[in-house]
Ligand binder design. Sequence first.
Ligand code: FMN
Length: 379
Amino acid sequence: MPTITCVEDFRRLYKKRVPKMFYDYAEAGSYSESTFRANEADFQKLLIRQRVGIDISDIKLATKLFGQAAKLPVCFAPVGMLGIQHAAGEIKVARAAEAFGVPYTLSTMSICSMEDVAGATTAPIWFQLYVVKDREFNLDLIRRAKALNCSALVVTMDLPMLGQRHKDIKNGLSIKIRPTLRNIIDLATKPTWALRMARTPYKSFGNVIGHAKGVDDLTSLLTWAAEQVDPSLTWKDIETFRREWDGPLILKGIMDVEDARIAADLGVDGIIVSNHGGRQQDGASSSIAYLPNIVEAVGDRVEIVMDSGVRSGQDIFRALASGAKGTMLGRAMVYALGAMGEDGVTQLLTILEKELKTTMGLAGRTDVADLDDSDVLQC
Ligand SMILES: Cc1cc2nc3c(=O)[nH]c(=O)nc-3n(C[C@H](O)[C@H](O)[C@H](O)COP(=O)(O)O)c2cc1C
């Protein structure tokens, strides 16, 4: 077993352990992937101050994100099909998150259903809603999330149309692996993954199958998913969801000051500054570069969390210094889960905690609540 000391180590191991089609599904951006690359690269442009002569023996990393206690200013992003990266993946990440003390967001497009995940954990989870043409199905998802005491509703705004990822098309991405020679050879090198998948009861999209109209099996689900992406999603829908959901309502995928103002005017509790990890609008700004504009426009009215490109404790520090209250982790969590399951996700959180603590200390800071733009310099 290789020694894991950073997120990049998880990525390398993940690549070895999970079928190529699913690695490519996660490790890709849309079209030219320029935004996908900028998300990580732009973090490096923020130089962290180095301070000395300050007592740093007591460093506080804990915070609250959308009303929920978080041991680190971190929560897990909604990621579809986690259960294909590692058997029962959603349950494993939710368990690791609960044990460590950070929030977990379950995607609409999960393999394990929200009932499965809520039944396997005691801390409340957040539920992410994809708005689909069948609005009755959306309202039913909200009712189910309420019945399970989910503690926040995260509505994804940046997928009214699908950004194309070339690799998924070339790989013929599907949760049913086609028995081509290439796939058989690939699977032969990932026997542990295949064995776990063969044994798990969680094999299809648990939130959808048996709940959406006319979706009873995988074939009908694939047709349904392709047809249900809804280009008519507008702010009016948010007013409806606001009436249906009385807990924290958070909009994900806000990358424009004008949109941030509309969201704040609608009375949402929070926004996630996110470009979907570079999977939607290719050519858009990185999240970290655009974040200060949104903080300046609405930071006094809504809580702001950011994601896209966070790969280290140093990145978490940079995001907080740029005005975010916390960060969501997408791929970093996928790498850790795919590489080492639940233990990997726990190790990931431990690594990030240590990196953030060290970065805080060497910057002469003792509380994450005190970070501001004086802690970083633009190069
Ligand atoms: C494989 C994968 C699947 C994703 N699925 C969803 C999803 O179901 N719902 C959603 O709102 N965002 C989804 N996202 C976007 C993430 O929530 C998050 O915005 C993004 O991963 C952040 O960028 P990062 O991966 O660089 O951390 C997905 C991202 C990846 C990589």
